[in-house]
Design a protein around this ligand. Structure first.
Ligand code: FAD
Length: 468
């Protein structure tokens, strides 16, 4: 049947995956409806994720760099932090981007329907909005429902002192003592912000290292720096209980030997991961399978088991990253529009925008060892980089993994200032099938941090021997 609104393609969710898919499908001539619960487009990434966190991390960086110039002859006054103004600035950055998206949607005649959408059949979605319910019928659908913060059963999430990343980005106050539960990317980025703003931060992580996806040697410069700055980094430690008390949140920790301790914090940031929103959209009414955790499985063309329904972004699986969602969004929209396209990217870079930044792409050494994959590596320590030293930040390292058969680049990891920008060259090298000579013979500008990629390749080749 026909809905109140009809579309060739309906996109469910307007995060980086969703708006990319909607715009691409419209550019390819489809009539497109984009369904979004919130008043602004952009999803988690623009509203409460990638973008606001980077604005606050920029502020953190300015503060800590100013502090550290104290050791080099320039002393600034202690920063005066006006949280309201900082928050306004962060919100205005977000506003510029979400406003821009609104304009782009209009330009392309993408109809935005506001409200929560659920399937009522294989070609119909019902959207419950502020002004009632509308039905949207479609020929094809792209599910881009994203993910939400994981909540823990033993944590009083209703207590205002317990926050998730969204709460942390709201910047309601700077707590005295803050516990960050989870030493992954999101937790550590927020820890970095609150530390710079003056909170005493403790990070607790179940595994034996922070950022468990990255190699230990790559994480070490970050661990060393935050061990000095933060109150405590607790590894191999479980939080087993959180009690809301008048004087704070009483937290029970259990270490690897099963020994229990307690401590009290003013604020608790829970950053233990994100879970997909697949179970919230009645996908089964459209015949789309959702697994127990809420993920929707797709093939290399982003198709679900239903040929006319695609899924992209966080809801289809790891890594839950915006650039992956964007890429998948393009693939889905192009396939839906009849183009020959498939997800054939070799690698997806990961970045923690902490200070220093931690970035990796392709194979890690940990993975290579676990999977018995042969590799050789070139490593360049930033203590030997003129630019890193001039920046006052030689705490970094560039590591590139090569296939021993043909010297092609198969992985890379960088820790240090701007590692997130630098890792893109390694991603390109992998996608292009570049080898050590390609990287080593490409003239890089001097003095830059990008030279460390060139030097790591030369270390592997054996050109730079005095550093070995
Ligand atoms: P999402 O961005 O999750 O958006 C889904 C949207 O769909 C939401 O707006 C939701 O309201 C809407 N929606 C869902 N279901 C429905 C429905 N049924 N009806 C109506 N609307 C619906 N990634 C990076 O790559 N780099 C970073 O620096 C980075 N930083 C992050 C920092 C934080 C604090 C967080 C939380 C995440 C960060 N991420 C980062 C991850 C990134 O935000 C996600 O990978 C990305 O947003 C996923 O995009 P998506 O399109 O799958 O969906």
């Amino acid at each position: 049947g026909k809905g109140d609104v009809q579309a060739d393609v309906v996109v469910l969710g307007s995060g980086p995956g969703g708006y990319t898919a909607a715009f691409r499908a419209a550019d390819l001539g489809k009539s497109v409806v984009l369904i979004e619960k919130y008043a602004t487009l952009g999803g988690v990434c623009l509203n409460v994720g990638c973008i606001p966190s980077k604005a606050l991390l920029h502020a953190a960086k300015v503060i800590t760099e100013a502090e550290e110039m104290g050791d080099h002859g320039i002393t600034f006054a202690k920063p005066q932090i006006d949280l309201d103004e900082l928050r306004d600035w962060k919100d205005s950055v977000v506003g510029q981007l979400t406003g821009g998206l609104k304009g782009l949607a209009k330009q392309r005649k993408v109809t935005v329907v506001q409200g929560w959408g659920k399937f009522t059949g294989p070609n119909m979605i019902e959207v419950a909005g502020a002004e009632g319910t509308q039905t949207v019928s479609f020929d094809q659908c792209i599910i881009a429902a994203g993910s939400s913060s994981v909540k823990l059963p033993f944590v009083p999430h209703d207590d205002p002192r317990v926050i998730d990343s969204t709460g942390a980005l709201e910047l309601s106050d700077i707590p005295g003592r803050m516990l960050v539960l989870g030493g992954g990317i999101i937790g550590l980025e927020m820890a970095c912000v609150y530390d710079a703003l003056g909170a005493k931060v403790t990070v607790v992580e179940l595994m034996d290292q922070i950022i468990p996806g990255a190699d230990k040697d790559i994480v070490k410069p970050l661990s060393q720096r935050i061990s000095k700055r933060y109150e405590n980094i607790l590894l191999k430690t479980k939080v087993t209980k959180v009690e809301a008390q008048d004087d704070g949140l009483k937290v029970t920790f259990e270490d690897a030997d099963g020994k229990e301790t307690t401590d009290t914090f003013d604020k608790l940031l829970v950053a233990v991961g994100r879970s997909p929103n697949g179970k919230l959209i009645d996908a089964e009414k459209a015949g789309v399978k959702v697994d127990d955790r809420g993920f929707i499985a797709v093939d290399h063309q982003q198709r679900t088991g239903q040929d006319h329904i695609f899924a992209i972004g966080d809801v289809v699986g790891q890594p839950m990253l915006a650039h992956k969602a964007v890429h998948e969004g393009k693939v889905a929209a192009e396939v839906a529009s009849g183009e020959k396209r498939a997800f054939d990217a070799l690698v997806i870079p990961s970045v923690a925008y902490t200070d220093p930044e931690v970035a990796w792409v392709g194979l890690t050494e940990t993975q290579a060892k676990a999977q018995g994959i042969d590799y050789r590596k070139g490593v360049f320590p930033w203590a030997a980089s003129g630019r890193a030293l001039s920046n006052g930040r030689s705490d970094g390292m560039t590591k590139i993994l090569f296939d021993p058969e043909d010297d092609r680049v198969i992985g890379g990891a960088i820790v240090g200032t701007n590692a997130g920008e630098l890792i893109a060259e390694v991603a390109l090298a992998i996608e292009m099938g570049a080898d050590a000579v390609d990287l080593g013979h490409t003239i890089h500008p001097h003095p830059t941090l990008s030279e460390t990629v060139n030097f790591a390749a030369e270390m592997f080749e054996g050109t730079i021997t005095d550093l070995m």
